[in-house]
Design a binder for this molecule. Structure first.
Ligand SMILES: Cc1cc2nc3c(=O)[nH]c(=O)nc-3n(C[C@H](O)[C@H](O)[C@H](O)COP(=O)(O)O)c2cc1C
Length: 134
């Protein structure tokens, strides 16, 4: 049975993108699908100096390892000022330092919902630019 991991790019406990990700997962078969939100991700802001001194943080390596356990990935992100929320961009920046293709070639579904007039279109467009490293 195929397993899907949905990463919610929000650290809002009441995230509407988390609700969207839960809905999307509910449409898939299997009981091994999982949601990961960033409320509990305790990762430092990316810094070349920090990376040089101590490498990729263990919390980020754990996310990378988790990705490898799933067959497909959903990314559900809010839009903050027309772009990805800082907490999510930080995760993607760190992940890009673990491996050239940190989504490991898996199928990735991009989702975004927001309360603004463009309903997350700009954050979706930003995520599409990551295609090369997925
Ligand atoms: C700092 C900040 C910037 C925001 N910028 C946008 C924006 O550019 N476009 C938009 O549609 N909504 C924007 N919003 C509203 C969010 O879409 C709304 O807070 C939404 O609930 C966030 O998704 P979440 O609940 O999954 O965290 C912004 C909210 C915050 C806190």
């Amino acid at each position: 049975m195929s397993k899907t991991l949905a990463i919610v790019g929000s650290n809002n406990k009441e995230s509407i993108n988390k609700k969207l990700a839960v809905l999307a997962l509910s449409k898939l078969d299997g009981d091994s699908n999982e949601i990961m939100d960033l409320v509990d991700l305790n990762a430092p802001i990316y810094s070349p100096d920090l990376e040089m001194a101590s490498g990729v943080p263990a919390e980020i390596k754990a996310v990378f390892d988790k990705l490898s356990e799933y067959d497909s990935i959903i990314l559900a992100t809010p839009e903050h000022n027309g772009y990805l929320p800082a907490v999510f961009k930080n995760l993607l920046d760190w992940l890009s330092r673990t491996d050239g293709k940190f989504m490991q070639g898996k199928p990735v579904l991009l989702l975004s919902t927001s309360l603004g007039a463009q309903a997350g279109a700009r954050s979706l467009g930003s995520l599409e630019l990551f295609d090369e490293v997925f």
